[in-house]
Write a protein that binds this ligand. Structure first.
Ligand SMILES: *Cc1c(COP(=O)(O)O)cnc(C)c1O
Length: 371
């Protein structure tokens, strides 16, 4: 029995008819650009995030880039972001004309450490990006308090956390709800994945929503009239239609991921070499990834792969150590928790369609390796 890291064909088999109908409807109408499904998905994702506005765009990367463009960064302006994340979190800062300032993570949740964020603030800081990594939210209440003290906007990179929530003062708050702007990716492997690229921004701020709606259309809400310079970053109607067809299943898929995670946690409990993911007590995790920390990580991965089990390292190199950011002056040792995680994390299959037998097979292979 092989166990892939992700099995999108297994998911497709369960929703084939819904998706076929949705795609056919768009094709029949030939409404490929800004068709009605785009607006419907924007309304639905805003509601899911308890946000006032949803603005579709071409990718999860552009969902971060466009609010950064709205800030009008000048050379030397700094944006704080974690280093332990996907490249887009910081590549967008560079592309918006700013300078990334990397901070270390809380080693328990892998999200940015609030104290490190506060320590990194300078007179040049213009914004803070937090990443709700692997599907659980960062300590938003602490980060928002710091941001408010310094008058800084917070962008929530929620690419891995659509529908994740956190209890703050007794109330459930959704990923994307509390920041100046929340961002989502519909890359096919994300928890809500399209059949190509796509992204969404959510915000409570009417003025920002207006800016983002025109930045994605070359900076002009009215065709051929441009208030500012934007770009072409529309969400395809076809993608919106596929995503609308999939959206009713999302909560069930996230619950199934939690179920798979719970089965792993019970099986690995008390093992001396295996550290399972820790869910912050305030969070409901959506397990975009199920990530262990282990000694001899690379040997374990070779063993799993030899046994037909998919696994991967997110992320093998922190952004502060990427060659493209060498001129920022970070060195090995600059962000110790990020660098430790680079060495000992490994993600296991946790997709919703994974069977109990497949989970048990993965567990047996991991335990078999450590003896
Ligand atoms: C996937 C991802 C992105 C980028 O999304 P794309 O849709 O691939 O552009 C940004 N940030 C994080 C944390 C991601 O996981």
């Amino acid at each position: 029995m092989t166990v892939p890291l992700l099995d999108l064909k297994a998911q497709y088999a369960t929703i084939k008819d819904d998706v076929a109908r949705a795609i056919a409807s768009v094709v029949e109408r030939q409404e490929f650009i800004m068709g009605r499904e785009v607006g419907e998905l924007e309304t639905a994702v805003a509601a899911l995030s308890q946000a006032k506005h949803g603005i579709g765009c071409a990718s999860g990367t552009d969902a971060i880039l466009l609010p950064l463009m709205a800030l009008g960064l000048a050379p030397g302006d700094e944006v704080i972001a974690p280093s332990f994340t996907f490249f887009a979190t910081a590549g967008t800062i560079h592309n918006a004309g700013g300078r990334p300032v990397f901070v270390d993570i809380d080693p328990i949740t892998y999200c940015a450490d609030p104290a490190a964020i506060e320590a990194a603030i300078t007179p040049r800081t213009r914004a803070i990006i937090v990443v709700h990594l692997f599907g659980q939210m960062a300590a938003m209440e602490r980060i928002l308090a710091i941001a408010a003290r310094h008058g800084l906007p917070v962008i929530e990179d929620g690419a891995q956390a659509i529908g994740a929530r956190r209890q703050i003062d007794g109330t459930w708050r959704l990923a994307g709800e509390l920041g100046w702007c929340g961002t989502f990716s519909f890359f096919p492997s994300k928890n809500l994945g399209g059949y190509g690229d796509g992204g969404m921004m959510v915000t409570q701020d009417d003025g920002l929503a207006t800016r983002l709606r025109r930045l994605r259309l070359h900076g002009g809400a009215k065709q051929y009239h441009h208030e500012e310079v934007g770009t072409n970053s529309r969400l395809d109607t076809l993608q919106a239609a596929v995503l609308l067809a999939k959206l009713p299943y999302l909560a069930g898929w996230s619950a199934a991921r939690r179920g798979r995670a719970a089965r792993y946690a019970a099986a690995f409990a008390g093992h001396p070499d295996i550290r399972t993911p820790v869910v912050d007590g305030a969070n409901e995790h959506i397990f975009h990834q199920y990530t262990l920390r282990v000694p001899r990580r690379d040997e374990l991965m070779a063993h799993l792969k030899a046994n037909g089990i998919g696994c991967a390292v997110y992320y093998p190199v922190g952004l502060h150590l990427q060659p493209c950011f060498a001129d920022l002056g970070y060195r090995p040792g600059s962000l110790p928790e990020t660098e430790q995680a680079m060495r000992d994390v490994v993600s296991l299959p946790v997709f919703p369609e994974l069977t109990d037998a497949q989970v048990d097979r993965v567990v047996a292979a991991v335990k078999g390796f450590f003896g």
